[in-house]
Design a protein around this ligand. Structure first.
Ligand SMILES: Cc1cn([C@H]2C[C@H](O)[C@@H](COP(=O)(O)OP(=O)(O)OP(=O)(O)O)O2)c(=O)[nH]c1=O
Length: 195
């Protein structure tokens, strides 16, 4: 029987580690990628997100038989890309943009094993209620916006601002479990191995 390959989670996101753990998967190593996440000129959100996930997977050092799993989550308002806010002011501007409207959240997966690559982009739609000043400032004061694409996290206190989603909840949190399990299996990781 073929040996189980090593799995490297190429992500410093605690959410991605926790979501993998939901599948009973503990990676053999966790290596946060160090790449330039600036969007290129004219780059549209979906293509940007896919490209960043691919760049992350390419940047992680791994053996030829290791599986590298990387992801990127991007919030999009029309053609506008909202990444992780640099500071509270930027988070405030993002929330003002998102308040009272629907936006899209893309999470791109990139799995690499040697020179083979498996990719998926998962799209979800999210509605944020119209925020009062008190809600916005109260949320910003929690600090939960830090390190979150679009300046909010649905699994945190900002969940109180999200009355409706369409698509995968786990994709919004940062790792779509259905597609992740599918790609891991395609790359040779026994997700449903019997103990
Ligand atoms: C929209 C949204 C994003 N997020 C998070 C998921 C991602 O961690 C983060 C987007 O940044 P990413 O660049 O996708 O990931 P990261 O920098 O946290 O980690 P790494 O690149 O090392 O994998 O936003 C939530 O946790 N909840 C949400 O509702």
């Amino acid at each position: 029987m073929a040996q189980t390959p090593r799995l490297i989670l190429g992500s410093g996101s605690p959410r991605r580690k926790e979501l993998l753990a939901v599948l009973g998967i503990t990676p053999n190593a966790i290596t946060p990628p160090d790449i330039d996440e600036d969007p290129g000129r004219g780059e549209v959100p979906r293509a940007y997100c896919a490209r960043v996930a691919r760049d992350k997977a390419a940047a992680i050092a791994a053996g030829p038989d290791d599986i590298v799993l990387c992801a990127d989550t991007t919030v999009a308002v029309g053609r506008r890309i909202l990444g992780k806010p640099a500071d509270e002011d930027e988070a405030r501007r993002f929330l003002d943009l998102l308040s009272g409207r629907r936006h899209r959240v893309y999470t791109a997966l990139a799995l690499r094993r040697g020179d083979r690559l498996w990719e998926r982009v998962v799209e979800a739609r999210v509605e944020m209620k119209r925020l009062s000043r008190e809600e916005r400032e109260g949320y910003l004061a929690t600090g939960d916006w830090q390190g979150k694409a679009g300046g909010y996290s649905i699994q945190g206190p900002a969940g109180a601002f999200i009355p409706w989603i369409s698509g995968s909840y786990t994709a919004i949190v940062g790792l779509p479990l259905s597609e992740t399990a599918g790609l891991l299996q395609a790359a040779g990781w026994p997700v449903w191995r019997q103990p």
